[in-house]
Design a protein around this ligand. Structure first.
Ligand SMILES: O=C(O)CCC(=O)C(=O)O
Length: 286
């Protein structure tokens, strides 16, 4: 039976907005404060200070420099490593990713058992590390990976300081409530190319203005430090600019998906992306 496409994208000649059809959260875990849960539901993200032990975060930072997964290079051919993905079964990363309280929070928000759709570290090297344009992760995961619905979230775990000048993540509060359906691309772009340097699924200026207006013209830069945790919904619109500071900025991103939202055929792509970018094997269910 063909899966219903609740969020068609990269199919039509023009772009449009679609109201979100899925709940943002199902339940509050005992391990998250009410104020944090409410912020997550209302804004589509929340910053929780001091969630992890510094020693473990430091260990992950050190290990991230080794050969831990599928490497992606910066798009400008400078040979600099942009990201690595697919390391969630390896130590010491596994210890952060499987922290009981985190798993419980995510399972309650997503309202089911969960598995890891993607694990990645973005290196954002000093000066050489480029950024990511405005996008909703779900738009890509739906189009290219066949993720049916918005029942997925990302835990961002800063391994270094994220400050005002090293390309910290910026999000548009409340943008998770609407899906921006992208117009069809005029040229064929491979999934690998689009991952290293996103060209498809980037909302145009007027779409960004629309999201701004819905959020009372706000964006929020997430200034945070190692030991903090940022949770953001799969459809929250975000951007991340180049790191022009003299110090590298390294962040880990763990994408948890509901077991009731497993990948099907991509909704708008002929190719299946590598296992490291969109897991189909599901080695472990939490
Ligand atoms: O590294 C960052 O700050 C965010 C990158 C991003 O937007 C993404 O990987 O989807």
């Amino acid at each position: 039976m063909k899966q219903i496409d609740n969020y068609p994208t990269r199919i039509n000649e023009t772009s449009s907005f679609i109201e979100r059809k899925d709940p943002v959260a199902h339940k509050k875990s005992q391990h998250i404060l009410q104020v944090h849960y409410d912020k997550y539901v209302e804004n589509g993200y929340v910053l929780i200070k001091g969630f992890f032990k510094p020693e473990l975060v430091q260990k992950c930072l050190i290990e991230s420099n080794g050969d831990v997964g599928l490497n992606t290079l910066e798009p400008n051919n400078n040979g600099v490593k942009r990201a690595v993905s697919g390391f969630h079964n390896k130590f010491p990363f596994k210890d952060l990713i499987e922290k009981d309280e985190l798993i419980d929070i995510v399972k309650n928000i997503l309202g089911s058992s969960i598995y890891i759709h993607q694990s990645r570290i973005n290196f954002k090297k000093s000066i050489d590390g480029s950024g990511w344009h405005w996008h909703s992760d779900f738009e890509t995961w739906h189009a290219q990976d066949g993720m049916p619905n918005m029942r997925c979230l990302t835990a961002m775990i800063p391994l270094t300081e994220n400050n005002n000048c090293n390309g910290s993540l910026m999000l548009i509060p409340k943008s998770h409530k609407y899906f921006w359906s992208s117009s069809k691309s005029k040229e064929e772009i491979s999934p690998e190319e689009n991952y290293a340097d996103q060209k498809e699924g980037i909302p145009h200026k007027d779409a960004i203005k629309y999201f701004f207006n819905k959020s009372e013209n706000k964006t929020e830069m997430i200034v945070c430090e190692p030991t903090d945790l940022v949770l953001f919904d799969c459809n929250t619109i975000h951007v991340s600019t180049q790191n022009l500071s003299p110090i590298d900025r390294t962040n880990m991103f763990i994408v948890y998906n509901s077991i009731e939202n497993k990948l099907v055929e991509p909704f708008s792509s002929k190719n299946i992306r590598p296992e490291e970018l969109g897991s189909r094997k599901i080695e472990k269910i939490y």
